[in-house]
Structures are given as C-alpha cells and as structure tokens.
Design a protein around this ligand. Structure first.
Ligand code: SF4
Length: 110
C-alpha cells in the first residue's frame, strides 16, 4: 500500500473537513484508482496564502514516508466553491523543487 501525504487549501478548511479525501484514499477511488487504497500519513494545509508553507510541509511528509504528495481538489479545482488557488502553479513548482523528482505528485483528489 502506497503512503500518501495530502496538502489542502487552508481557506477551505472552514467549509470542508476533508471527508471525501479520507473516503477515497481508503477506498482507492477517483484519483487513487490506479494505486488502489493508500495509507494517509499526513493531511496538512498549505499554511495560508500564498502557500509557501506547503513546501516545508510536503518535505516533512516525505521524511515521514510519503511516496506521493497530493494536492487536494480544493487547491487545483477550487472544490467545493469553484475557486481554484491562484498560486497553485508556483506552489507545485516549489514543492517539486524541494522534494525532488522521485516523489510522485497528484494534482487532485476528486
Ligand atoms: S495559497 Fe492557495 S491553497 Fe493556500 S490558502 Fe491561499 S488559495 Fe488556498
């Protein structure tokens, strides 16, 4: 079972506790159809705009065993209010630069 760390939008925490993410990771659905059920080893926010804290938070999840870093759909797709993160491209690039090419990146959860 692959180990996964999820990064979510801090601004979305007020309206979403991440219920769907917990369900689909445990069931291996939607973004996790190819991996099958995964072990969630961390579920952190970006730390608030403009998301710089996501870089260190991704690294600590890798240090704790994450093989895949996943950006939740609240960041990339703007779920559930249709308002994607305007900093997503920069956050993603900075995270990849920090954690290196051996860690898989998923752009969404559902
Ligand atoms: S930087 Fe993006 S992901 Fe983080 S709180 Fe702001 S809008 Fe949400």
């Amino acid at each position: 079972m692959k180990k996964v760390g999820i990064i979510r939008c801090q601004q979305t925490e007020d309206i979403c506790p991440g219920t769907t993410d917990f369900r689909i990771t445990s069931e291996g659905k939607l973004a996790f159809e190819e991996t099958g059920p995964v072990q969630l080893i961390g579920f952190v926010s970006c730390g608030g705009c403009p998301g710089k804290r996501a870089v260190a938070r991704a690294q600590i999840m890798v240090d704790r065993g994450a093989e895949i870093i996943v950006f939740a759909s609240c960041i990339s797709r703007g779920n559930p209010i249709g308002f994607p993160c305007p900093h997503f491209a920069e956050i993603k690039a900075a995270v990849i630069k920090k954690i290196g090419p051996d860690i898989e990146i998923f752009d969404y959860t559902h």
